[in-house]
Design a protein around this ligand. Sequence first.
Ligand SMILES: Nc1ncnc2c1ncn2[C@@H]1O[C@H](COP(=O)(O)OP(=O)(O)O)[C@@H](O)[C@H]1O
Ligand SMILES: [Mg+2]
Length: 378
Amino acid sequence: MSRVRLQEVTKRYGETVAVDRISADIADGEFLTLLGPSGCGKTTTLRMVAGLIEPTEGTILFDDQVVNNVPPHRRNIGLAFQSHALFPHLSVGRNVAFGLEVKGRKKEDIAARVREMLAMVELGDFGDRLPSQLSGGQQQRVALARMLATDPRVLLFDEPLSALDRNLRDTLKYSILALQRRTRKTAIYVTHDQSEAFAISDRIFVMNRGRIEQAGSQLDIYLRPQSEFVANFVGDNNALRGQVIAVTPAAEGLPGLAMIQSGAVRATAANTAELAVGDPVLAFVRPENIEVLFDEEGRDEPEVVSGTVDQIVFEGPTIRLVVDVDGTPLRVAVGGLARLGLLDAEKRTVRLRLREASLVRDPAIGAASEPASSRVPA
Ligand SMILES: Nc1ncnc2c1ncn2[C@@H]1O[C@H](COP(=O)(O)OP(=O)(O)O)[C@@H](O)[C@H]1O
Ligand SMILES: [Mg+2]
């Protein structure tokens, strides 16, 4: 088991800064995910932890040991990639045994360990098959068994599921989580897929252009994005630029509130950024948090706005609208039975109520800091 720390780690390739002064403290047994778009530096970060790439600057520690000069095979890590690279000519059992044989373990110990690992990934009866005689998902489970066989202290995953079809990804992500929970090993998992990151992580680092844009729990990242990038990359969001027009201070256990105006749109939100009247602000409102009101509902509420439905897309469980509110296009998602009342709403005027906005000061400062509430206990 290991705590993993990165201190101001940078990787440059000539002019390209692949990873830009990343610092992280990953607790023993924590499941941490690096989430971000292609090219943001996830793989480079992971490979530096693995020892496959040398940092240009900065320090990497496993527990209290600086590992910068420790070669990959001495770091005691388990690696899983998109292509699991099983040896095609070796049986499943020999594949799992491989790392143990390299380490020169005793034959009977190896046999016992292989049985234990294959049982753990529910492939107990498949030890004698060749990889080509297994499905893609089974092959990936063999790769997991092989990864765990040598009892590594840190598990590193680089988009291990991205080559599989969706149903398999959904099942296997929970297998990976279950294995990590059972073995209680520190894990760093790289993905560009938000739903994967949300399903399995203790904590998520959203990366952008080589930096950690926001670190926190699923709730922090989804409900309280600290930048426009995070607000847009994780799920869908309406980003409204405007000004604070009123504030209510916190009192008696109730949070302080700020009311913002952006064009014709008004919204109220928790004033976590400690904004004052007149401050420029970016308000994020998720499409599913905009309510379409019917009949006389909300007629006199100051924060209810009306607009014209410009576009409708029926997606099955939800209907998506684009509503023009005095020149501001708002994306709205409606689920449940209410969506069926909107099928012919194009060009109609509707009233909207915005709920659960989150606010950051504009221009958004790329917040690499992390709120104290998001820390995962070790
Ligand atoms: N060996 C390399 N030489 C030059 N540039 C590289 C090399 N490896 C990665 N990069 C660049 O570094 C950035 C981060 O890459 P990478 O870590 O692979 O991103 P991700 O895994 O998030 O898609 C990209 O701009 C990529 O083009
Ligand atoms: Mg990558």
